[in-house]
Design a protein. Structure first.
Length: 529
């Protein structure tokens, strides 16, 4: 019996792919076996069809306004919630992430919540930063790009970062852009179900049906052509540094914006007073953060920097016990398993010492023992490129430095990161040391934490989930936090002496909602002009 090949969503309808390059199946990480159903790898001719359809949808969308987009986002959240159990079951089969609490009670509510936050921000309109100079009759605001946003999704968050419905999707749509979503091959079935819910919401909202299109996969060379295509508005990519930089090179040559999240070590610095005061407590927090979700978080602490004294060594020993006591979970793919083994081999060659784990576990599926290495500050500083490498999975490297001056040298040699955490004594005895290391860390990270692990990323307007290269492609943006995340997918539109009735509603003298904040002659106000 021939296995079903799933349809793609293109040009406002579900249809069979035309001459797919090949097909693939999703894999159950608990067994290593293929799951039912085949997913096509589309050719560039279909990608170009999607681009043309999306450009048409962008034109149709322009006169409909923010309220229509907000209605779609709310309807999509409701349609997905109606299929929550089906979606959770599919995501669990494809990723082996626990149904409870991870998928059902944590990630899915975040997914639905960020869609509704995006809808509310779209209705409010303040995100567009309308700016008016009445004396010169100059007016400007952020608005749509005029072309689709291509969204590439990662494999570790099947809901919150899905190419259909995740944070990049919500931000791109709320900013007024069509989306062409590329499913992650690790969870194509989950993406298909979300695309079905989005398509249902498009019908109900009356928006152009080509506003959301979805492919399961395409060849790497076609991805390079897609991000550089004249009809493309922008691209959002979350994934490996190597793949992201290839896409960036192609997009940059064509002058196309691309939002990248690439790699991050998220270093944790434990100052000596904190290690002496509560080393066991910090060790437990570190182990929990490193092994949460089997270490498959972009904000997992990949490097821990400690002073090599009695308190530091005791903290490392407590970390070892916690790593070994925590059961190893399943990894989302065989590639993650292979990457962990490759990193073990590389660190051993670099003369790091294995403290815990370091091996794949027997039995079916993709599991690797929780792994902890140690090295010295001197070795780290001699070859930081060997030790400061992101490893997906429950994997971390402890760097034991000879003193605070060497800790500062380690901080100075780090690349850009999403986060850095500093633990200091509650008594205040580390305050002088903190004041000396903070200026080194501040320019290197998006989010600086005190006495807290970085793995929690709240969907808050104040959240910064970004950072200097290579954490992301540009330190001026966040991919989490609504509405600031919208600005990655917006163009600045200026109007000079344009007649009042020709202006967008947000720039006319009358405030279009009565609540929208606008910068009028240097003053933030909600009043009419």
């Amino acid at each position: 019996m021939k296995e079903e090949t799933h349809k793609i969503l293109i040009g406002g309808r579900w249809r069979e792919p035309r001459e797919p390059a090949r097909s693939f199946a999703a894999v159950d990480p608990t067994t290593g076996n293929s799951l039912p159903g085949l997913y096509p790898v589309s050719g560039f001719i279909e990608l170009e069809e999607a681009l043309k359809a999306a450009r048409g949808a962008a034109s149709e969308l322009r006169p409909l306004g923010p309220d229509a987009l907000a209605r779609f986002l709310d309807l999509f959240a409701a349609a997905a919630e109606a299929r929550r159990e089906e979606l959770v079951a599919m995501a669990h089969r494809e990723t082996a992430l626990p149904e409870e609490p991870r998928l059902r009670s944590t990630e899915f509510p975040r997914f639905a919540g960020q869609l509704r936050q995006a809808a509310a921000a779209s209705r409010d309109r303040s995100w567009c930063r309308a700016t008016i100079d009445t004396k010169l009759n100059l007016r400007s605001k952020y608005g749509p790009l005029g072309g689709p946003v291509i969204v590439f999704s990662p494999n570790n968050f099947p809901f919150a970062f899905n190419a259909v419905g995740g944070g990049d999707f919500a931000a791109a749509l709320a900013a007024g852009n069509p989306v062409i979503a590329k499913a992650n091959p690790g969870h194509p079935g989950t993406t298909r179900l979300l695309a079905e819910a989005a398509f249902q919401a498009l019908h109900a909202s009356g928006l152009p049906l080509a506003l959301v299109q979805m492919f399961y996969h395409f060849e790497a060379r076609d991805g390079l052509r897609l991000v550089a295509h004249p009809l493309t508005g922008a691209t959002a990519f979350t994934g490996s540094r190597s793949a992201g930089l290839h896409l960036k090179e192609s997009a940059d040559k064509a002058g196309k914006p691309i939002s990248l999240e690439l790699s991050s070590l998220n270093p944790v610095f434990v100052l000596p007073g904190a290690a002496a005061e509560r080393g066991g407590e910090i060790a437990a927090e570190l182990a929990a953060s490193c092994t949460m979700g089997s270490g498959q978080f972009c904000t997992k602490p990949g490097v821990v920097v400690l002073v090599d004294d009695e308190s530091g060594r005791s903290l490392l020993e407590a970390m070892k016990r916690n790593f070994e006591a925590q059961p190893a979970g399943y990894l989302v793919s065989e590639n993650v398993l292979a990457g962990m083994q490759k990193s073990v081999d590389a660190l051993l060659r670099a003369r790091a010492s294995l403290v815990a784990g370091g091996r794949a576990l027997e039995g079916p599926g993709f599991r690797f023992a929780n792994t902890l290495f140690r090295t010295t500050g001197r070795l780290f500083l001699s070859a930081p490129e060997a030790f400061a490498v992101e490893v997906f999975g429950a994997f971390s490297v402890a760097v034991l430095v000879e003193g605070f001056d060497e800790m500062k040298e380690v901080a100075a040699r780090l690349e850009g990161n999403l986060t850095a955490s500093v633990y200091s004594a509650r008594s205040g005895e580390d305050d002088t040391l903190y004041d000396r290391i903070e200026p080194l860390l501040r320019p290197k990270v998006g989010r600086l934490l005190n006495d807290k692990m970085p793995t929690g990323v709240a969907v808050s307007p104040a959240m910064v989930h970004g950072g200097p290269f290579p954490a992301t492609g540009h330190p001026g943006f966040t991919s989490v936090g609504i509405p600031p995340s919208f600005l990655r997918f917006a163009a600045l539109h200026g109007y000079d002496n344009v007649r009042p009735h020709r202006l967008p509603p947000e720039l006319r003298d009358e405030n279009p909602t009565g609540r929208m904040w606008r910068l009028v002659d240097g003053e933030w106000t909600q009043r009419n002009i």
